[in-house]
Write a protein that binds this ligand. Sequence first.
Ligand code: ZN
Length: 106
Amino acid sequence: MRMRCPHCKAAAHVRTSTQVTDLTRKGIFVCSNYECGHTFSVISTVEHTISPSATPDSSIALPLSSHTRRALLQHQLEHMPKADYTPTRMPLSQTLDLFETDPHPG
Ligand SMILES: [Zn+2]
């Protein structure tokens, strides 16, 4: 992620960042203009969903983009047949059906 220095408007680069919550991350940025040298912190926040997750976390409630065809999406989720697939990047406990009850809540 890149930002412009709020003082001199030169490019600023992230030096380190830490996850604060599931929805926020804090980064430390340094201005690339050595005559300025401003170092500053930035909080990045997840704002809204553009495309829904296939493996949503029930504790995350984000606004859904207005371009989403909600009624059609809901209809398809309720009526499309299952296709066998074995996830390779997530534990099986996180890959339940969208509306299935989580056996390991919290
Ligand atoms: Zn600067």
